[in-house]
Write a protein that binds this ligand. Sequence first.
Ligand SMILES: [Zn+2]
Length: 359
Amino acid sequence: MKALTILLCFLSLFNFSFFKTDNQKTNFVLYDGEIKNIFIHSLIAYPDILQTKAKNTIATYHTDCIDYVEFENLLDELYKNNYVIVDIHKTFTTENGMTKKCKVKVPRGKKPVVIGVDDVVYDPKKSGNGMVDRLCVDSNENIYTETLIDGKIDKKYDREFAPILENFLTLYPSFSPFGDRITINLTGFCGILGYRISDKNEMVRNAETEKAQVVVDRLKQLGYTFACHSYAHYHTKKVSAEFVKQDFADWQRYIEPVIGKTKVFVYPYGEWELVNSNQISEKQKVLIDFGFKLFLGVGIYDFYGYMPLSKNINSKILFADRKPIDGYTLFHRQNELNKLFDCKKVLSNFAKLRQKFIA
Ligand SMILES: [Zn+2]
């Protein structure tokens, strides 16, 4: 036994890899710095089609969204700047009822970035404006998009976040060292991912739910996760606690059975009301009671910590801000965003058209 110990010590002096812990062997570290958290909306998939629409439509899309070329450029830039994609669920943990931020494992020299996509409704009322109509899965289990253009279905593998990220990872698998992907922050009022799973007509609803389930299952298998962005996409300040309760009941009825439970709540419009009359608001209590553990807002600066900041209120709500990456911020928040990537290298040729529409 003694001889074996001596032998082991001797070998370890030469740094034999089988003596290393898992972390050392694979050169991973637990990252303790600020976790960058960004989000986009569904991409402008057909900028040329959008260009033919009314001025206010063009302005809205170019303010709130980026186009598919810019998303490719964004991934390129993040990768070049040593970011790796990390799922939001890996950034927090709940122990003994207390939710806390945690360190995330990344390859040595790399930094984590969390990416979210909000809404992903593909509302039929907005169809034909330059976004795709739905996400689909082909017979080889690849994600693609379908869009009705001039009476024909256009099938593409490079116009929306999921197929673009999958293409990118085929070339640069080390961007996702642990198989993490994007978190899709869904609403429910008009279904999900282009499927009308909350339709009033039961036959429509059931047929659409069946189709949506195939896409959700494949996305989950690939590593995508889902979070709740409310059912109705309401303005928090304008609704009551009762409304929030009903909203989540609708979410539980139509959306949760398809995507599963989530602990992450993404405030619609980034509007939140944690405190009211010096105590945790009734609306916030409803969300806490429904089991949400991490709350996500919108903000150009990094914040990931406990709220409210007031010492007089004895409540610790884990809250993180997310930087919107859209036509507006790529032009007007370059100082902040340039810390992550070079905005000029992300902007596409289509963005030149955008400038005249963004105040
Ligand atoms: Zn939204």
